[in-house]
Design a protein around this ligand. Structure first.
Ligand code: ADP
Ligand code: MG
Length: 269
């Protein structure tokens, strides 16, 4: 069976450091999958490998059965994988609208060789995709505002809007709830659920265990670059290897209890 995404034995070394070591996993179409693990486990690097923001040292990533490891990030995006970044990549002195439309540009295949007529059609399509994404994320009334003037919570939605403008099949979110309060986090969970109900496949990294365990149907756990567990939240939260990874040798005593109770454990120091 071909999965939507197949991650086949991927590794990424930085000098002597193995950020991701022989990680394998898959995502089926329509799934909501969480990726958890202590800070430095290699979660963001794995996202970077999937989306071609960094080169594989070895292994292969396939999307809809086709290898995407040698593709450029914008090609991966055009094929249907969009992502957000842990450190928001928003241009502060540019409008909300332009922050999103810049992302959509790559999607519709803008080229300087296009005729004037084609260019007009393309810019209309970009505007349409941009406005749709802003409406989806509740930012339409702020379209003309500079991104710098948005609250932190709104900026996180702007980051998501930019990904949605690519009309992805697979949406990858890197710590979407980080820095949000409880109300905002619950609202975000509802929003991700809606996207999922509409057919979008979701892969997300999040430290808020309550968020991950209640939202995701399956959770993959990484520690020191490796996958140490993969299963439904109920199984993962009782897995001794997972509790160990969070406990470490001398970290807070209550960390495993937090995982078990699916309570937010906050941002690890
Ligand atoms: N560009 C880079 N150069 C060198 N080391 C890196 C680079 N990116 C990540 N690392 C290292 O790889 C490991 C995994 O990092 P990361 O993927 O950011 O972890 P996580 O997202 O799980 O917190 C860390 O030890 C980090 O310092
Ligand atoms: Mg990270």
């Amino acid at each position: 069976m071909t999965h939507l995404l197949d991650i086949d034995n991927v590794s990424r070394h930085y000098g002597g450091l193995t950020a991701v070591g022989e990680f394998s996993g898959h995502i089926a179409k329509g799934e909501r999958v969480g990726l958890i693990g202590p800070n430095g486990a290699g979660k963001t690097t794995l996202f970077d490998l999937i989306t071609s923001y960094t080169r594989l040292s070895s292994g292969d990533v396939r999307f809809e059965g086709r290898s995407i490891s040698a593709r450029k990030p914008h090609e991966v995006a055009r094929m249907g994988i969009a992502r957000t970044f842990q450190n928001l990549r928003i241009l502060p002195n540019v409008t909300v609208f332009d922050n999103v439309s810049i992302g959509a540009l790559g999607h519709v295949g803008h080229s300087p060789w296009n005729s004037l007529f084609a260019r007009r059609a393309i810019s209309e399509r970009i505007s349409r995709l941009t406005m749709q994404a802003l409406e989806r994320t509740g930012l339409e009334s702020l379209a003309g505002e500079l991104a710098a003037n948005l609250s932190y919570g709104k900026r996180k939605y702007l980051e998501i809007a930019r990904a949605l403008a690519l009309q992805p099949t697979l949406l990858i979110l890197d710590e979407p709830a980080a820095g949000l309060n409880d109300t905002e986090t619950a609202e975000l969970a509802g929003f991700v659920r809606t996207l999922s109900a509409e057919g979008m496949t979701i892969l997300l990294v999040e430290h808020d265990m309550g968020f991950v365990m209640s939202l995701c149907e399956r959770v993959m756990v990484m520690a020191s670059g490796q996958k140490i567990a993969d299963g439904p939240p109920g199984v993962i939260s009782k897995d001794p290897k997972v509790l160990d990874a969070y406990l470490g040798s001398d970290v807070e005593e209550d960390a495993p209890a937090a995982v078990k109770a699916a309570e937010p454990i906050g941002e690890p120091a």
